[in-house]
Design a protein around this ligand. Structure first.
Ligand code: NZQ
Ligand code: ZN
Length: 386
């Protein structure tokens, strides 16, 4: 097992009818900016619950943060933070609203001229404006981690940021919010969380027995609850397990002491930036190609995953590892998620070259758990995913 530090300061308030607890979490003297997305919270009753919990606090609102939170829109919110002397941010939404809020928490205290530098120059946020979240869509784990991914339409970029100053102070997770989520977004959440676990697991063995079993148990739970949640998102038991699995998949715990990959996400973000494909779907496009291309370095963990998660007992290590890739792709397809780029766009020629070029320009020349994934390899993998 590798050495590690672990600190996660986010308070989780989990369960039925917990949104009202907001009242106890936000400082009474705060001036709050309530941030939300395209308006789903106004249709499903979450907005009313939040507003009544905030009745005694001074609140300004900013709605309209789009999926794949857009820099230009966030700059409008930043202007409000400055004009209204906001002291506390509250995100009510999925990963996009929470990530947008993290950007604002950082940008509000940033002293440089252009907040985009935080993303383009990888400026780590040591201190941000304090914020909390009410999660409305289980998927990203953003409610309990310190990362964010921001899109800039103008330049077709989608870049990550983060730092210890960007953990939410608290996150409220009421699984009842899942009842109103459309099937497409439920499938996205399942696929995203599943891939988060894979990125931190599908590398090479380091005798981290507990981390491996944490990861496998999250995968097994997602596989078990996926059909139930998709069939009936009002099934509280399934929804609660789905929600907590998504949080645990990316709150830092399972990656401690083990190598991590994250190349599927790096390639996937480019597909969102170039084509606007939903985040989770970009991961489903890349995963099988990535594992097939890197088969030799990943086959031990692929076989272990095949045995323990998919109960593949027959065959050699290589055969089990191959069967595990097939099972993974079938899992995505079972969620009604297409796994080839050409399923999403006819305009895919040249994509692999473009992504390889972008990685080269950014100096991303050594991705993956062995820091061996160079842009020419990325190009091959993306091509295999056409
Ligand atoms: O905008 P509204 O109207 O609220 O609708 C949203 C949006 O259209 C809707 N929705 C959310 N909760 C709902 C609901 N509809 C009905 N009922 C509810 N309870 O769902 C749509 C998608 O929301 P979004 O927040 O975009 O989805 P998700 O949570 O999947 O977030 C995706 C974003 O997170 C980033 C992705 O790159 C993408 O930009 N990620 C963030 C990560 C992190 N911070 O750790 C890690 C991930 O790997 C990922 O990159
Ligand atoms: Zn993801």
């Amino acid at each position: 097992m590798n050495n590690f530090d672990f600190k996660n300061p986010t308070k989780i308030i989990f369960g039925k009818d917990t949104i009202k607890n907001l009242e106890n979490e936000i400082p009474k003297d705060a001036k709050v900016l309530l941030l939300y997305g395209g308006g789903s919270i106004k249709k499903n009753g979450i907005y009313e619950q939040v507003k009544s919990a905030l009745a005694k606090v001074d609140v300004v609102e900013f709605g309209g943060i789009p999926a794949n939170p857009e820099y230009a829109v966030l700059l409008e919110a930043l202007a409000i933070i400055k004009k209204e002397n906001i002291t506390y941010l509250l995100a009510v939404g999925g990963g996009s609203v929470i990530d947008g809020t993290k950007f604002l928490a950082s940008a509000a205290l940033y002293e440089g001229e252009t907040p985009w530098d935080i993303l383009s120059q990888h400026i780590r946020t040591e201190k941000g404006m304090p914020f909390g979240t009410v999660l409305t869509l289980p998927a990203t784990g953003s409610e309990m981690n310190s990362g964010a991914v921001i899109t800039r339409a103008e330049t077709k970029e989608k870049l990550a940021m983060g730092g210890p100053g960007l953990f939410p102070e608290f996150s409220i997770l009421d699984p009842q919010v899942i009842a109103s989520i459309p099937k497409r977004q439920l499938a996205n959440g399942l696929a995203d969380a599943f891939t988060h676990v894979l990125e931190q697991y599908m590398t090479y063995p380091v005798e981290a027995l507990l981390q491996d079993r944490f990861a496998e148990s999250i995968l097994q739970t997602l596989i078990e609850v996926a059909p139930k949640v998709l069939k009936d998102p009002t099934d509280y038991k399934a929804s609660a397990n789905f929600m907590w699995s998504c949080t645990m998949a990316l709150n830092g715990l399972i990656q401690k002491g083990v190598p991590t990959d994250w190349a599927v996400h790096a390639m996937g973000h480019e597909l969102t930036a170039l084509f606007g494909i939903d985040h989770a779907r970009t991961l489903a496009i890349i995963t099988a190609s990535h594992y097939t291309y890197n088969f030799e370095t990943k086959k031990e963990k692929l076989a272990q995953y095949g045995e323990r998660v998919w109960q593949i007992t027959e065959g050699t290590l290589e055969e089990k590892a191959h069967a595990a890739i097939v099972k993974t792709e079938a899992f995505f397809k079972g969620l009604d998620i297409d796994t080839k780029l050409s399923d999403y766009t006819d305009d895919y020629e040249g994509t692999a070259e473009e992504i390889a070029k972008r990685f080269t320009n950014r100096g991303w020349v050594a991705l993956g758990e062995h820091q061996s994934l160079s842009p020419d390899k990325v190009q091959e993998i993306v091509k295999m995913a056409y």
